[in-house]
Design a protein around this ligand. Sequence first.
Ligand code: GLN
Length: 279
Amino acid sequence: MTIRSAMQEGYSLLYYAEVDTPLLDAIILLAETMHISKEKLYASFPDSLPPEFYAQYKERLKKRCEGIPVSYIINKKEFYGITFYVDERVLVPRPDTEIAVETVAGLVKENPGIHSVHDLCTGSGCIAISLKSILPRLEISASDISGDALEVCKMNCRNILEQEIPLYQSDLLENIPGKFDLIVANPPYLTGREVDEMKKIGWPEPVLALHGGKEGLKISEMIIKQSGRKIKPGGFLVLESAPPLMGILSDQLKDDGFERIGIVNDLAGRERIIHGRRK
Ligand code: GLN
């Protein structure tokens, strides 16, 4: 069996299993199984595939056909140019969330008084860790309600930053000491109906990280309410949410003492990040 024919076999299995990106997924799974880059894989097409790799590759293709995301199969996800460890305990970081990192970095640049930043609902730690790697002088802490997610976050801090950051297990801001110059969060914001649809197809990501109540607003509204007493006057709140919820969140931020509301679009041009400054 050549590497080319293994790739073709994987493509065809994934294609008939109606995977969205069968070619890309087959290539990534094969390259990861062989511990080589995609480029090296292309260059090795005529070579033969060692049988132990073939067995592992087939195992991985089977999981992909069952709907498990590539990131959970290979336990890796690129985010903000950094490779994060991920598994079923955390949401797979989305490219849209990179905009949250950029929004915070932009606010820090415009407001040099920002020193302390807290990442709520951190999951894999992708926001906190990306910020710490580009802005090492920031005092960054992170929290999550899920102890399982915090284990993953801790592992990513050690592997990527080679240092620990303060991590708290907390229901939103409940058990977090101190006040911050900025709080950022990618909270669960999908609607009850969206989550039900995902459950129906056996979506493997943690529901806790996705379900934002009936309308998707519940957790974001609680964060806005609690932030008043946890963000220093003149400090900022940055939230990722769903495009249809932006109007309501903007009104709520204004009602709860925030001004200078800004909205940033995601890569598809939809409103995805909202931020405001505490008066
Ligand atoms: N953006 C994610 C999705 O569409 C949801 C993330 C979240 O709820 N924080 O699947």
